[in-house]
Design a protein. Structure first.
Ligand code: FES
Length: 350
């Protein structure tokens, strides 16, 4: 759907702003669940509250009333209305409410313009935050029920800030890219707003494009691993998994044993390296353990930059044009650096 709002979206918006009875603009005092998403400084913000009918067993509380305050556009108001209507109609528990997705909101509205999908995402995120708040107030341990929202929220608050304009962190981006199957920067901006203001975060090192590349490269590797598990060791590209004797994988070869890692001591558990020590160690591993393997196969690599745990690398020679280059980067370069320097290193091709 391009530029047009559905009739339902327009009607819900108009009903809400005119305060038609039965609409949900407002806030429940002493709400049982309160969740917020977005920020007024970023242009869109939603404050969502719900009230439950309490049960002796709090996990059986039922949501009976929902309200929202939003600083946003037509679709933000309509999406918030839709969320409240869906919740009240379902008369479900807060835990069951977590099954409501942004797609349910979009469907209820008979679609949203692509550029406005983030309004439905905002509703689903505010609902999650409100359920976490309800769980805290009612003493419900979501983790023990197999629901990890609290961890997720904390992780997202603490994660590296990628989009400064919209205060969006890397863990949040990674989760949403997978959940919503976002493949391009445009889709990320439409769904999450990230990258939609100054645009500096789109193609900066460690920015949205890098995160997209990394998320989907990992998914591809997982798919390849699953395919390999179902077939004999040697793949059509000659790529083989790391063997028990430490032989490293390399494109175009089968089982050539890797040279012994030289002059590099694996990071001891818990060892903290200064940025300088970290960079020197990365350089040493690349020189001693990685480049010899690539050179032997007509390829090469060089470090372009190191920022935090992100290592930006350029591939050269045969590696550059090889169709398995991303696999080489992840399974040889990144895996070796993780093994010999630090377990959370990410290698990004530039
Ligand atoms: S930093 Fe992301 S749009 Fe400005």
């Amino acid at each position: 759907m391009a530029w047009e709002y559905s009739e339902k979206t327009k009607q819900l918006f108009l009903d809400a702003v005119h305060g038609k009875p039965g609409t949900h603009l407002g806030e429940i005092p002493d709400a049982d669940g309160l969740g917020e998403h977005g920020s007024i400084a970023c242009g869109d913000s939603l404050r969502f509250t719900f009230r439950v009918e309490k049960n002796e067993d709090p996990t059986k509380d039922v949501i009976v009333e929902a309200r929202y305050l939003t600083f946003g556009c037509t679709s933000a108001i309509a999406a918030s209305e839709a969320l409240c209507i869906i919740l009240e109609a379902r008369a479900c528990t807060p835990i069951e409410a977590l099954k409501i997705t942004n797609q349910d909101i979009v469907d209820f509205l008979d679609g949203l313009p692509d550029q406005k999908i983030h309004c439905s995402v905002m509703g689903a995120e505010a609902l999650e935050a409100a359920v976490v708040d309800w769980a805290k107030k009612r003493g419900v341990d979501l983790a023990s029920l197999g629901i990890k929202l609290q961890e997720q929220l904390e992780e997202e608050e603490e994660g590296r800030l990628v989009c400064k304009c919209f205060s969006i962190t890397e863990p949040f981006l990674r989760r949403k890219i997978k959940e919503l199957n976002l493949r391009t920067c445009e889709q990320v901006t439409a769904a999450l707003k990230a990258g939609g203001a100054c645009g500096n975060c789109l193609h900066a090192p460690g920015g949205i494009q890098d995160i997209l590349d990394d998320v989907w490269a990992k998914e591809k590797i997982l798919a390849q691993d699953a395919a390999k598990a179902a077939t004999p060791l040697k793949s059509p590209t000659g790529y083989v998994p790391i063997s028990g004797d430490g032989a490293l994988p390399i494109m175009g070869q089968t089982n050539i044993p890797a040279p012994k890692p030289a002059e590099v001591t694996p990071a001891a558990a818990g060892e903290t390296l200064s940025p300088y020590q970290f960079a020197k160690k990365v350089e040493a591993v690349v020189e001693n353990s990685i480049r010899p393997l690539l050179l032997r196969d007509g390829g090469d690599c060089s470090i372009v930059d190191i920022k935090g745990n992100l290592v930006y690398m350029e591939l050269h020679g045969a590696c550059k044009s090889c169709s398995s280059a991303d696999v080489t980067l992840k399974m040889l370069v990144e895996a070796t650096l993780r093994e010999q320097v630090q377990g959370d290193i990410r290698v990004i091709q530039v």
